[in-house]
Structure formats: C-alpha cells, structure tokens
Design a protein around this ligand. Structure first.
Ligand SMILES: *[C@@H]1O[C@H](CO)[C@@H](O)[C@H](O)[C@H]1NC(C)=O
Ligand SMILES: *[C@@H]1O[C@H](CO)[C@@H](O)[C@H](O)[C@H]1NC(C)=O
Ligand SMILES: *[C@@H]1O[C@H](CO)[C@@H](O)[C@H](O)[C@H]1NC(C)=O
Ligand SMILES: CC(=O)N[C@H]1CO[C@H](CO)[C@@H](O)[C@@H]1O
Length: 854
C-alpha cells in the first residue's frame, strides 16, 4: 500500500483519520501528487500559498531507533517540514561503493517523515559544510588527477553530477518527490557558496550557472534553492542563512523570502565553552522574519544530535552537536525553548491566511517601534507589533488600543486586536535537566580476570606495521593517510656523537616541531617527551619539547593526529595537516634541521589494524595492577546497561584523549582534558540585542565535553563491550555512566501574559473571555507530578531552582497548586486574583511554581 507516501496537509486529527481511511481505499488507483511551485509570496502547494516552519535533523547524527520520536516531537512542536543535508562521504566512502544502511538509510528517514505527515527539504549539496568531516566530501575526490573542488572544473563537476543524480534517482525510484506523491517539496544544490565564491574568480559564476542547469536537468518536479547565493540563476530560489534574516530580500520579486538556516544555537569545539541562545531571542528573530514578509523558515538545528565515529568536521568540532536546539542531543524536549517556539508557531499559523494574501502595511509607532499589518481581500487582518529597541519597554497605541511591548520583542495579533503571543513572555515550562552518575557496573572480563575488571593492550611507540614506508622529507598528513585514520607516525633515527652539543645537562636541548595540526605527541627513545595541540581558531602546533639524548643511536617518534578535517572556507580542502616542518634539534649553542632527512611513516595504529575496537585479539592483559596515566593504551571492559529508559552517556572524566567504542560502534572522540577558557561565561544571558555565537556562553573553565551519548539501541541489557584507545593517559576506573533525568519543572506566568494560543482560539469561537494560564506537564510519558517544591502568587523572586517569596505572596497558592497538580501528568491554573485572592493591590502579579515529576 502507498499510505506512507501520501502527504497529509494540515488538518485536525479526526479529519486526518478519515482522510487516511479514504485514501487507503483509493490508494491502488489514484494519484496524490502535489504540485509545488512558488511565487513572490510563498511556496505554493497545489495552488495554495503556504507559511512553512521547518527544522533541521541530520539523520546520521541520531539512530534509526530515535528517528520516529524525533520526528513526532518536531511535529508536536509545530513544524511542517524536516530539512536535512545528504552526507556524500558517509554514503560513498569508497568511489562507487555505496552505503545506505543503518544511520545512513536516507530513504527510510524520508519515509518516516512522510508517515508523520510532514514535508522534507532535501539539501543535497553535495558540499554541506555542517561541521562534518571535510564538509561532506569523500576524501578520494582529492586524489582524482586534475581535480579542483567547488569550481568550474570538469573532473569535479563530473563527480558532483554523478552523486547528485544518484540521490535524485534514488528518491524518484521510491516516489519521494511531492510531484510523485512523496514528501520532498524542495531540494538544495551547492551550499553557502556565495559566502566564499569571490576567491574562485570568474570560474565561480560559470560553476554556479552549471550547477543550476545540472540540478534543473534532473527534473525533480519541485523547486531548487541555493542558500547564501545572491546571484542564484532563475528559477532557483536564493535563500538566507544567519542568526537573523529579516533584512534579506531574494534576487527577484518572483521569488519568496526564505530562511534555510536559522541558527538555534551554535556548535561546540573541543576547548570552547558551551554556546546557548536564549529562547526569547530565537523567537524574536523568527517573529521578525514573518513580520517582514518571510514565509518559510528553518531552524538549524531542531535536533543537533551527536557526531559519532570520526564524522566531526572542524578541526576540533566536539562529539556533541547539541546546538542548544529545541530537541537536545538525547532527543528530549529542551524547555522552555521547545514549548515557547511551539506557541510561536501556533500564533504564526493563526495569521497564515493574511500573511500569504498581501504585502504588508508598515507603520512606525515611534522610535524602534513598528506595526505591520497583513490583510486578505475578505478583510481578515493579522498584525505584528515590534519593539526592536534593546533598552526600554514601551507602550504603543495601535488601532485605538494600547499595548505593552517589552524591549526586543514582537507581539502577534492574529485578529489585529488581541495579543496571543509575545516573544519575550515565556508561557512554557522550564525543565532543569540533571545527570545521575552511576558507576559503570562492570562484569568480569574473562574467567582469568582475577580481581580485575579492565584489561589492556599497549599500543607500541613508533613503527611496527608491515606497510610502513620511508621517504625523504616531511609529508603532509591528509594526502598521506587519505583520512583512513586520525594517526600518522613520523619516525627518525639519528646518531649523536659523543662530543655533540646536544648531550649533557647543560645543553638544554629541545626538539622544535612545527605542524599544520591538529595535535602531536613526541617520544624520544620510546619514552613520552611532550606534545602540543592546536585550537578551533588556530589548528597549527609549534612546540619546543625538552629532550634528553644519549650518545649513539636515538629514535624520534612523532605521532601526529587529526581531530576532524576542515569543513568551511574557500579551498578548505587544501588546508592540510600534519608535521610539515621544520623539525629541528636545538641546543643553546646550535641547531640542526631534521626536516629533509629520511623519515619512516606508519599510517594508523597497530591496534586499529588488528581489530581492537571490536574487542578482538587474544592479547588483552588482565592483571590486578592496571596501568594508569600512561600514553598509548587500549582498554577494554564489559558492563551492564543502566536500567530504565532514560538516555545515557558515558562520563569520561579522568581520561585524557582518545576514541571509544561500544559493542564495536564508535561513540566518537573523547577529550575531557580539553578545558575551555576561564572568563566570558554567564548563566543568565541578556536576550535583548543582537545575538552572535560568542554572546551567551556557559561552562567556562571546565571540560568542553565530558559526557558522551551512547544510544540505547546500541546496548544489550548485559555484557556490553566498551573499548577505549587512550592517547595521553587516564584512569579508566573513574569512568561512570550518567543517566539523563528530569530535575525540576518550573513555570512563571504573569497576569500580563497573553492567553495561551489554544485558549485564544476557543475564546474566539465562544466569545467567553479568560485570562493567562500556567500549565505544567511532565516531560516524559508515564510520569506524574509528585511534589510542588515552590508556589507563590504575588511578586516572587529568582528563577527556576532559586525561587523565593517576597512580601507580596498569597497564602493559598501552595495548597491550590498541590490540589490541582499532584498525581496528574499535567495541570493548568488561571493566573488571576479570582483564583488566589489579591495579596497586594495595584501591582502586576505573577504565579511561580516549581514541581517534580516521578
Ligand atoms: C501547478 O501550479 C502552478 C501554479 O500554481 C500552475 O500554474 C500549474 O499549471 C500547475 N501545474 C499542474 C500540472 O497542475
Ligand atoms: C599527494 O600524494 C600524491 C601521491 O599519493 C602525490 O603524487 C602528490 O604529490 C601529493 N601531493 C601533495 C600536495 O603532497
Ligand atoms: C644531570 O643532572 C642530574 C642532577 O641534576 C644528575 O643526576 C645526572 O647524573 C646528570 N646527567 C648527566 C648526563 O650529566
Ligand atoms: C556563514 C556561516 O557562518 N555559515 C555557517 C552557518 O551555520 C552552519 C551550521 O552551523 C555552518 O555550516 C555554516 O558554516
């Protein structure tokens, strides 16, 4: 049957049910293909202009077991469209050898979105950036003779066309384009090329024209877009990416104003503090976009997820790709962001008819104050009132009524009269998550593991593999390893004469090493001597490592490593990595350059070749004294999964740097010893005023990432295998589980808040007036509200976790809330003196509640 491919437009549930029933009967014969076009106002589906809210979920950054839940939560949050990139290097790791299995099952992902009744925007690229290794390009492209990436170059264009056509054909075969009855309403070719195209000279223009013509020739039956490409040729729609896009205009008045990447937060590099974006500001940016004639906007990311394996770009992008998105890394609702945006989406949808009908009338209501009115031919009216000032709240007069507008906020009036939503007034619960630490309940490794639960294997220092080779001079790393491993050994043996100035305590001999990045460890005569690392802003490493040499033969073994390949910028593919020199021995008196000597190279680790990540080998050593804080060790243990369904992470505090595998699947690189800067963080960032990626930071002076997601579906209840490769040294017995729990649930709603959007709609039909409402709902199914930790109606102070009473506080609040909420999954209470009495006349009051769910 074809049900899964049928697009269900926005209707109420009962109607959808009837529709599905009818379609089920008709499916065998009828065609339900949708006609997707566009005009200057909007994307047009079957002749109807649409206001569309979209969100990015990248399928490889979660597991197929998580997809249905993520998609459902996106739908519940008010999204119409799911947007994803297509990850070329994941799908074609070896030229002409494809992988569309597991996390890379693109067809399954698209079909699941269709089953939920949502549309898809498929951003094929195939350059995707996305903080993804090498921007999504397979590394083998680099080795095609004569190739130049992302420009008017025949070998490159041939590969780009081949892969793009492959994906389009695959979607067509499965009838996934809207023109065929599927969910895909839009596709993207190239990606943010306009940001960097000037570096490619005149060839940039011919390339982009070629890309447009090539994409159109694939005949998908749905529109193509190019983001950040002001000169996108017709009929390709140029779209905007950024923290704000309200000032954007497309390059033709026949094209709609579309926002393909609105950054819901920002990505995290190893060594960086954790960025976040306040919900009030994100909502403000979206409301402003729709206020100023936008009709399609996409959250980048709606669910960021995890960079499993070696998929991060960078360099130095962390394994977590949480992005402060409305759905957190683990797929849980991030509150109040998710709920606040859900309310915003409802408010915008109430305005849809007016928004797509006409161009707006814009009126200034004073300095920084703006009213925008949309009207349909039949007189339906919707208005947006904005205060774009960053300092003062304002009271404005509009259509004869008076409205209070907080600084940096937009109010939405779907009938040009009543405010249903203000971007600065959060009506949604705040959930404070917590992690519960529990020890890695370790099972016995093997019968001979007496008293020890971990076993280990030393990774040898220097050259030990048969495929090692010798070259004169220093080699660039990526060209040498083809990114088959993070690791490349550079080894040299050098003779030191007895009278050498590099000998003796007074010589102060150092090994000077310069590397393009991303980190290196140096060993002299088999012993660790020191190392260095780059950072996300400068990947290069220059170090002077004190060394002690001996008369005669000395070995210098340098382990150079990459931490995700560059994914952004003009010619990013040529950035390079590794020890390109110079490498010198320096003493107080003299220096010798070793760069152009004969070096021996080994790509990758011995343990990688012998299958240690999946636990194989009979060489694992189990003895009561486990080596700790030593470099280059593989560790192995087995463990039972924590009980319950809470998402889990492994806490790598106590370890240095490396990679970890659970039951043979890489959960990514860990690096808890890379600590972020000390200053510049705040837990209460002022949302007013323009946001930028370093405006709101937390976690300063702490490890950038100590918790690493382990998807539940990768675990059995017991006997799970955990393998680590530790580069610098750590204590694996400190490793623990962290299960993500809901801490407290808070809400704080003022008498001046608008009515909840749902109630406003029913007020409209019944004509009955009600007031603002505080609602609490436990975030996970099967939970009920078990206690009320705080309740005050009056002028409570503080925030979630630190609420306190003021002089003005109703004595009845706690018992009223307990009665209404305890034992229920959710509860709602009117925020008014009718419920609580009036503890202080003439003052605007609010209700603050903190609760727990179990
Ligand atoms: C698709 O819609 C456009 C604009 O709404 C219209 O001009 C065109 O005729 C339609 N095509 C089909 C095949 O229905
Ligand atoms: C990269 O390696 C190839 C051999 O695989 C070699 O021919 C080429 O010169 C190298 N390029 C650079 C920039 O080192
Ligand atoms: C270097 O100095 C240390 C004490 O500072 C001494 O123990 C050692 O023997 C000296 N080594 C040489 C090679 O002189
Ligand atoms: C111009 C720019 O910074 N673009 C970035 C927008 O955000 C996406 C997602 O983080 C990146 O992939 C782009 O590089």
């Amino acid at each position: 049957m074809m049900i899964g491919r049928i697009i269900i437009r926005r209707r109420r549930r009962e109607e959808i049910f009837l529709l599905v029933l009818c379609l089920a009967l008709l499916a065998a014969t009828a065609s339900f293909a949708a006609n997707v076009t566009y005009d200057h106002k909007a994307v047009v589906i079957d002749g109807k202009r649409r206001v569309l809210v979209s969100g990015s979920i990248h399928y490889p950054r979660s597991t197929p077991e998580m997809w249905p839940d993520l998609i459902q939560k996106s739908k519940d949050g008010g999204l119409d469209v799911i947007e994803t990139y297509v990850f070329w290097n994941a799908h074609e790791p070896v030229r002409n050898q494809y992988n569309f299995e597991g996390r890379y099952d693109l067809v399954k992902f698209v079909k699941l979105v269709a089953e939920a009744g949502l549309y898809v925007h498929l951003r094929i690229g195939p350059y995707v950036c996305a903080e993804w290794n090498y921007g999504g390009f397979p590394l083998w492209l680099h080795f095609i003779p004569g190739i130049e990436l992302r420009t008017d170059n025949e070998p490159y264009k041939a590969e780009m066309q081949r892969f793009t056509a492959k994906i389009v054909d695959m979607m067509k075969q499965e009838k996934l384009y809207a023109s065929q009855g599927g969910p895909i309403i839009l596709s993207q070719i190239e990606n943010e090329y306009g940001n960097i195209d000037s570096a490619y000279g005149p060839a940039a223009k011919t390339y982009i024209n070629w890309a447009a013509t090539m994409a159109l020739s694939l005949d998908t039956g749905v529109p193509w877009v190019m983001c950040q490409q002001a000169d996108a040729p017709d009929p390709i729609i140029n779209t905007c990416n950024g923290f704000y896009c309200d000032n954007f205009t497309p390059n033709s008045d026949k094209k709609p104003k579309m926002w393909t990447e609105n950054w819901s937060g920002w990505f995290l590099p190893f060594g960086g503090p954790v960025p976040y974006r306040p919900a009030e500001d994100l909502a403000f940016s979206v409301a402003r976009f729709f206020q100023r004639s936008g009709t399609f906007q996409n959250y980048y990311m709606y669910h960021g997820g995890t960079n499993f394996g070696r998929s991060t770009g960078g360099p130095f992008i962390a394994t977590s790709y949480d992005y402060d998105a409305p759905l957190d890394e683990y797929g849980l609702l991030r509150q109040p962001k998710w709920g606040h945006l859900k309310d915003l989406h409802k408010a915008i949808k109430l305005c849809e008819a007016a928004l797509v009908a006409s161009d707006p009338t814009v009126t200034s209501l004073g300095s920084n104050l703006e009213a925008t009115v949309y009207k349909t031919g039949s007189g339906v009216c919707a208005a947006f009132l904005a205060n774009i000032g960053t300092q003062s709240d304002a009271t404005v007069n509009f259509n004869g009524n008076s409205y209070r507008l907080p600084a940096w906020s937009v109010s939405i009036l779907p009938d040009c009269k009543n405010v249903v939503f203000n971007t600065a007034k959060i009506n949604s619960v705040t959930v404070v998550p917590s992690f519960m630490r529990q020890s890695l309940k370790v099972a016995a490794v093997s019968s001979d593991a007496i008293g020890s639960t971990w076993s280990y294997i030393n990774e040898p220092v220097g050259i030990t593999k048969d495929d090692a080779f010798t070259k004169v001079g220093l080699l660039e790393q990526i060209n040498t390893t083809a990114d088959k491993s993070d690791y490349l050994w550079y080894s040299l043996s050098t003779d030191i004469k007895a009278d050498s100035p590099f000998l003796g305590n007074g010589s102060q001999t150092v090994l000077h090493v310069q590397s393009l990045g991303h980190a290196l460890h140096a060993f002299i005569n088999g012993k660790f001597a020191g190392g260095g690392k780059g950072s996300s802003s400068n990947a290069k490493v220059t170090v002077d490592i004190p060394v002690t040499l001996v008369p005669g033969k000395n070995t210098i073994d340098l382990l150079s490593l990459t931490v995700g390949l560059q994914n952004y910028g003009a010619f990013f593919d040529k950035t390079g990595a590794g020890i390109t020199g110079p490498v010198q021995l320096k003493s107080l008196k003299t220096a010798v350059d070793l760069s152009s000597q004969q070096w021996t190279y080994q790509i990758g680790l011995k343990g990688e070749d012998s299958g240690l990540p999946s636990g194989s080998s009979s060489q694992w050593i189990s003895q009561s004294t486990l080596p700790k804080n030593q470099p280059l060790i593989w560790y192995k243990t087995t463990f039972d999964a924590p009980v319950g369904n809470a998402p889990i992470a492994i806490d790598f505090t106590g370890m240095g740097k490396g990679e970890a595998w659970v039951n043979g699947q890489s959960i990514g690189r860990y690096w808890p010893t890379y600590v972020s800067q000390n200053g510049g963080c705040t837990d209460s960032c002022n949302y007013r005023g323009g946001y930028k990626s370093n405006k709101c930071l937390k976690n300063c002076g702490k490890p950038s990432q100590s918790l690493y997601h382990v998807p539940r579906s990768w675990l059995k209840s017991s006997g799970n295998l955990l393998v680590l490769f530790e580069e610098v040294g750590g204590d694996p017995t400190q490793i623990a589980f962290a299960a993500k729990q809901t801490g407290s649930l808070c809400s704080h709603v003022s008498e001046s808040h608008p009515l909840p959007v749902d109630m406003w709609s029913s007020d409209q039909t019944t004509g009955k007036k009600s007031g603002p409402v505080l609602s609490l709902e436990c975030p996970t199914p099967n939970q009920v509200i078990s206690s009320i930790n705080f309740a005050s109606f009056g002028t409570p102070r503080g925030g979630c976790g630190s609420f306190s009473h003021s002089q003005c506080s109703s004595t009845k609040a706690l018992s009223i809330i307990q009665k209404a909420c305890i034992g229920s999954k959710s509860c709602s209470i009117g925020v008014s003196i009718d419920t609580f009495g009036d503890p202080c006349r003439g003052v605007t009051k609010s209700l603050a509640v903190e609760a727990s769910c179990t």
